[in-house]
Design a protein around this ligand. Sequence first.
Ligand code: HEC
Length: 160
Amino acid sequence: MMTRMTAIACATMMLAAPFAQAQDAEKGEKLFKRCTSCHMIGDGAKNRTGPVLTEVVGRVAGTYEGYKYGKSIVAAGEAGLVWDEDNLFEYIADPRGFLKEYLNDPKAKAKMTFRLKKEDQRRDVIAYLATFSPEPEEVEEEIEAEVEDGTEAAEDVSSE
Ligand code: HEC
């Protein structure tokens, strides 16, 4: 029963999301120009000063192939850090502070020195990043279902 309700909630979110997202993502695309001195995204993107950001929402931190990450972000990925809208929101504002807190290590270092402070700008740029990841809402719903119902429900959702 819970699974069916989750599936409906999920479908509703997917219908609602493109409209809310399109607006923010458009602003985000302009804001992303601040990131392009170091990052590429989309078709033909290559690692530069920073890693490729295609499909970064839903990716384990510090794992884009061929990029030489700093030790701290790799450690965070190994400790289970998967990028989503919430943790990206914190990371982009203060990469080093975020990693220090996540790893509970005052010596943690970040190779990304850039910070985006304004909250609305962070939301917009993350909405833009999310357009390069397949249906992040669905992934989140599945994770939530797993937490709420235990593994049984998660299996149900993924087999639908
Ligand atoms: C001055 C260069 C620079 C700028 C500008 C910059 N970044 Fe980064 N970014 C980096 C570097 C270098 C890393 C690798 C971090 C590490 O290894 O600790 C990184 C890592 C990241 C990651 C983690 C990726 C992963 O694979 O785990 C995200 C997400 C990210 N940047 C987003 C952004 C966004 C969004 C912007 C613009 C608002 C931005 N960055 C601007 C240099 C930059």
